[in-house]
Design a protein around this ligand. Sequence first.
Ligand SMILES: [Fe+2]
Length: 128
Amino acid sequence: MKDKVPKYSREIVYTAPDGSFEIVKTLWPPGSVSAIHNHGKSQGIVMVRKGELVESVYNVQSSEYRYSVKRCAGQVFQEDCTRVHKVENLGTEEAEVIYAYFPPLREEDMQTFPEAMFNSNRKATIHP
Ligand SMILES: [Fe+2]
């Protein structure tokens, strides 16, 4: 029997009364991975609170995998709405990540992309 890939969990912990932004907490068990996706109409500010993740970035227009970067506890980075990426926990500890999305992220505005769409020349992970 094939091992199941662990799922990450996502909880909206705050939505601004005027609906302009939301705060989302995610937990990433070891081995969990997102789909390759964009962020619809939302800009995101991201903070890794615990553990570490690897973010892999893709270019949809040229169907290219671009690079991977390690995101460690305490790091803050930006996810703009045109960024296409995949996030995975390759470590042995659970990772906790807090996102602020402006406006709130809506699944119906997001797109996911199959891994097979991109060339697979995996480059070494960049350490920031
Ligand atoms: Fe994302």
